[in-house]
Ligand binder design. Structure first.
Ligand code: ADP
Length: 162
C-alpha cells in the first residue's frame, strides 16, 4: 500500500516524525510530500526542508520505505501520480478537525481511489506545531524535546543569521 503524507514541514517536528513512524506500520511505501505553499511565508526553503527531513530520517531505519519529495499543484493529482491509496494526516486537537474534514472530502472528490487516513500522535505531541517550534526557537528557547537534533541545529543557525 502506497501512501502520501503531505505538509508544510516548516520545520519537521517530533510530532511529524511520530506520525511518519505510525504510517510506516500500515503502508509499504510512504512519500513525505513537501507542499509548495504560495500563501504562507516559510522560514525554510523547500530544498532546505527536503534536506533536513532526509537528514532526520537517516538516523531511523525507515530509509527503504520512505521517500521525501517536493510537490506543487493539487495533492489529489500528486497522489494519483504516485498510485497512492491513502493520504495520511495527523490530528491533534479538535480544532484541526474542521479544516481536515473539508480537505479530505475535497481530495476524495478529486481522486476517488485515495482515502484520507487520520492518525493520532503520542499524547506528548498533541499541542506541538511547527509554528510553536519556530516561535520558541526565535526567542532562544529550548526546543530539544520538540524536534530532532539536526533540526534544532538548523533552527539555531537560521535565527543567528537573521
Ligand atoms: P499543513 O500546513 O499541511 O498543516 P504541517 O506541516 O503543519 O502542514 O502538518 C502536516 C500534517 O502533520 C498535518 O496533517 C498536521 O495535522 C500533522 N501534524 C503536525 N504536527 C503534528 C503533531 N504534533 N501531531 C500530529 N500530527 C501533526
Amino acid at each position: 500500500m502506497i501512501a502520501v503524507y503531505p505538509g508544510s514541514f516548516d520545520p519537521l517536528t517530533l510530532g511529524h516524525l511520530d506520525i511518519i513512524k505510525r504510517a510506516c506500520k500500515i503502508c509499504d511505501k510512504l512519500y513525505i510530500a513537501i507542499g509548495k505553499n504560495s500563501s504562507k511565508a516559510s522560514l525554510f526553503t523547500d530544498d532546505e526542508k527536503l534536506e533536513m527531513i532526509n537528514e532526520a530520517l537517516s538516523e531511523l531505519e525507515l530509509a527503504n520505505k520512505v521517500e521525501v519529495e517536493i510537490f506543487s499543484g493539487l495533492l489529489a493529482e500528486y497522489a494519483k501520480q504516485k498510485e497512492a491509496k491513502a493520504i495520511i494526516r495527523g490530528l491533534r486537537v479538535v480544532s484541526d478537525f474542521d479544516y481536515e474534514f473539508q480537505i479530505a472530502l475535497s481530495n476524495r472528490m478529486l481522486n476517488s481511489s485515495c482515502e484520507t487516513i487520520f492518525l493520532l500522535p503520542s499524547s506528548k505531541y498533541i499541542f506541538l506545531s511547527s509554528t510553536i517550534v519556530r516561535d520558541i526557537a526565535k526567542n532562544n528557547g529550548d526546543i530539544s524535546s520538540l524536534v530532532p537534533k539536526n533540526i534544532e541545529a538548523h533552527l539555531k543557525a537560521k535565527f543567528q543569521t537573521k
